[in-house]
Design a binder for this molecule. Structure first.
Ligand code: ATP
Length: 235
């Protein structure tokens, strides 16, 4: 269980995230919707220990990890797939995946995790030696997701995974997320793509100007007039 309470993050004097609380349990998909500049990436980076928090706490499975460095947050079971995907373009698929198994928590399980990731993404299994820079956008996103899964996370966080993907590739990717969720991993997704992300999510939060302005089940958010207007292109 990941619990974030009253997180605030500044860039200089600019408050990018203000008093944000959220929690996510194993085996659920939670989406945070927000438009450009709402503070979604900043919030993820603050959880992952990549951006300092001005205040607030992050508790993972009962342990306070608010002030731990990013590599210890990975060891605590939280993996982040950043918006730029964070993969090494001049390395092969297999090399990228193996790098993901570097954390102590994952080393002993490398072979099992590799089998699980290749089962999830048969296209990667077919091309272990392909250089990532020669892959399509959707395939690169699979490598990024696969690499994060190699660290054996309990909570997987993804920063706009659908960015640059067609609706078809997005639905293929999101189907993989449902399979990962079914193995008991909690998935925290930040997205501008409300329609497809709400379709796979259990719950959602709305972030506007760094603040939470709504939280509900994904089904209720899909029906909500304000959400439909702001994020689903209705009206
Ligand atoms: P997007 O969907 O466009 O990626 P976002 O919701 O992820 O947006 P953030 O990238 O978290 O938003 O940015 C939140 C706010 O913080 C924005 O106003 C942004 O301009 C500002 N910001 C982000 N990074 C920095 C930085 N390194 N220095 C100064 N301001 C920043």
């Amino acid at each position: 269980m990941l619990e974030c309470k009253n997180i605030a993050v500044f860039y200089g004097r600019h408050r990018a995230v203000e008093d944000v609380s959220m929690q996510i349990a194993p085996g659920e998909i939670v989406v945070m919707l927000g438009s450009n500049g709402a503070g979604k990436s900043t919030f993820l980076r603050a959880i992952a220990g990549q951006k300092a928090k001005a205040s607030g706490t992050v508790v993972m499975d009962g342990a306070d990890i608010s002030h731990r460095p990013s590599h210890e947050i990975v060891e605590a079971g939280i993996a982040l797939v950043p918006e730029d995907r964070g993969i090494f373009a001049d390395m092969t698929v297999q090399e990228n995946l193996i790098l993901g198994a570097h954390p102590r928590r994952a080393r002993a399980l490398e072979a099992d995790n590799m089998a699980r990731v290749l089962g999830l993404f048969p296209r990667l299994a077919e091309r272990p030696k392909q250089l990532v820079r020669t892959m399509s956008g959707g395939e690169r996103q699979m490598v990024a997701l696969g690499r994060a899964m190699m660290s054996a996370p309990s909570i997987l966080m993804l920063d706009e995974p659908s960015l640059g993907l067609s609706p078809l590739l997005t639905s293929e990717l999101f189907r993989s997320l449902v399979k990962i969720k079914d193995t008991g991993v909690g998935i925290f997704l930040v997205e501008q793509n409300a329609k497809q992300s709400l379709a796979i999510a259990d719950r959602g939060y709305l972030l506007d100007n760094g603040r939470i302005v709504g939280a509900d089940s994904a089904a209720a958010l899909s029906r909500d007039e304000k959400v439909r207007h702001a994020y689903l292109g209705a009206g």
